[in-house]
Design a protein. Structure first.
Length: 69
């Protein structure tokens, strides 16, 4: 295999890692937004299960981000 092919393959792997990091950051932001939304809803309405709803929503956001990647 030529060195050019190896370089191109390595660049493809680096691009995949960069995409993964970008999706992870987006998932983290979405998870924080989900928690903030649950806290706002809990303030406005008598919602007792806010901790459970926030805890359930976080893994869902990460699974969606993993699926998008």
């Amino acid at each position: 295999m030529s060195s050019l092919d190896a370089i191109i393959r390595e660049l493809g792997r680096a691009a995949a890692r960069a995409r993964g990091a970008r999706y992870a950051v987006h998932a983290l932001v979405a998870a924080l937004a989900w928690i903030a939304l649950m806290l706002v809803i809990a303030r406005l309405t008598p919602f007792e299960g806010r901790a459970l709803a926030a805890a359930v929503g976080i893994p869902i956001v990460f699974v969606i981000a993993l699926g998008a990647w």
